[in-house]
Ligand binder design. Sequence first.
Ligand SMILES: Nc1nc2c(ncn2[C@@H]2O[C@H](COP(=O)(O)OP(=O)(O)OP(=O)(O)O)[C@@H](O)[C@H]2O)c(=O)[nH]1
Ligand SMILES: [Mg+2]
Length: 222
Amino acid sequence: MDPVRVIEVKENILANNDKKAEEVRDYLRRNKTFLLNLMSSPGSGKTSLILRTIEHLRDEFKIGVMEADIDSAVDAERVQSVGIPAVQLRTGGMCHLDASMTETGLNEMDVAGLDLVIIENVGNLVCPAEFDTGAVRNVMILSVPEGDDKPLKYPLMFSTCNVLLVNKIDYLQFSDFDMPAMKERVSGLNQDIQIFEVSAKTGEGIEAWVNWLRGEIKHWLS
Ligand SMILES: Nc1nc2c(ncn2[C@@H]2O[C@H](COP(=O)(O)OP(=O)(O)OP(=O)(O)O)[C@@H](O)[C@H]2O)c(=O)[nH]1
Ligand SMILES: [Mg+2]
């Protein structure tokens, strides 16, 4: 009997996804829309960070948000309550967004009228790292209460992101989180990653993050 070829099936799915992701990026290029994929564990501050980012950039860019959750629409409601269009994708048990789901979400939005769309991916440090959503840039959050050892446990997420936002730095004073050790672990996985230390609660460090994002959006739209 032939052995079960689980890996090949998975590779096939990922190859199809990669093709779809390139189609999504072509579509975004044609429409001059920058798509940012934000990933992290549950509760590390994705929605809070999105709301802070919106505060800083809403006068410069037309922004939309795509929320992905296994269930509920609470995050999309939080975003809409500040007057920013948001769609909620319910993944029905799936722990990540793939490029087809992103395309479905974009079709529900006025992409041609938006400069920046932010995806809040499903809260999870594993599956979302495996699937290209078609985003222009991938950003992850690690929050201080999660601990400085996460790069050791979830290396793929740290390897695939362009930016690491270390959120909840207002907790550092109560914590044994070792920032230099965490950064060394990350640079062992990804030498090109940009790291910003932020607090979505106090606003500390947000300016530097937003400056990076502004530069990337302007480059994509030019
Ligand atoms: N102290 C502190 N709390 C924060 C910070 N950022 C977010 N929080 C709090 O952390 C909790 C979770 O924040 P959310 O923004 O909902 O996190 P999330 O990643 O969107 O959560 P899920 O969508 O459930 O995965 C909330 O109570 C926030 O107020 C921060 O920088 N400092
Ligand atoms: Mg959220």
